[in-house]
Write a protein that binds this ligand. Structure first.
Ligand code: ADP
Length: 180
């Protein structure tokens, strides 16, 4: 585990479903109806109430699915967190289809959704770097820039935790993040 940005950023490896942050972020797909990877882990540890709320959001707000880069909040069921922020990262198509901007939007809109729920702490998985294929090194640069800007702009969230699933992803982030 490593603490950066005057204590406001914690970088660690582990399982995000165990995080006690006010909000944890789910790297969902646009259906919001569950999937594999971290999405599957969050729904299976959190229980069925999260999926019920996702279905209601689909029906009322996003009948065609949640667009990539957007974020919505639900409660967190049986998880130690209070809220789950569901966001959709970009699928990597080679880098010329706005993937970097969409990834930045996913992080920024998740921070905003957590602020709207009054959260002071939030934990993120490495959005898009699994099945969606976003290069981890480039993701590290984008995520560290977004968080640096967020902290400099005096965002309301006091502590952000980045949870990497495995030591090697954690190390790749630290090697490419530009943060101190
Ligand atoms: P995406 O479709 O956005 O790429 P994935 O769930 O496939 O989403 O992967 C996103 C990242 O989440 C990957 O780095 C993967 O290793 C990681 N991951 C998978 N399960 C967990 C978990 N329980 N806690 C934290 N990170 C996880």
């Amino acid at each position: 585990m490593k603490t950066l940005m005057d204590g406001r950023l914690i970088v660690k490896s582990g399982d995000i479903t165990k995080e006690k942050a006010d909000a944890i972020v789910n790297a969902a797909n646009s259906t919001l109806l569950g999937g594999g990877g971290v999405d599957g882990a969050i729904h299976s540890a959190g229980g069925p109430s999260i999926l019920e709320e996702c279905r209601a959001i689909r029906k009322k707000v996003y009948p065609n699915g949640l667009p990539a880069g957007e974020a919505v909040a639900t409660s967190a069921g049986e998880l130690p967190a209070r809220f789950v922020i569901h966001t959709v990262g970009p699928v990597w198509h080679g880098g010329n289809q706005n993937e970097p901007e969409i990834l930045a939007n996913a992080y920024q809109n998740s921070l905003r959704a957590a602020e709207e729920k009054g959260c002071a702490t939030i934990a993120f998985p490495a959005i898009s770097t699994g099945v969606y294929g976003f290069p981890r090194e480039l993701a590290a640069k984008i995520v560290s820039r977004v968080l640096m800007e967020y902290f400099l702009s005096d965002g309301k969230i006091s502590t952000v935790t980045l949870v990497f699933y495995g030591k090697s992803d954690y190390e790749i982030f630290l090697a490419h993040s530009d943060l101190e």
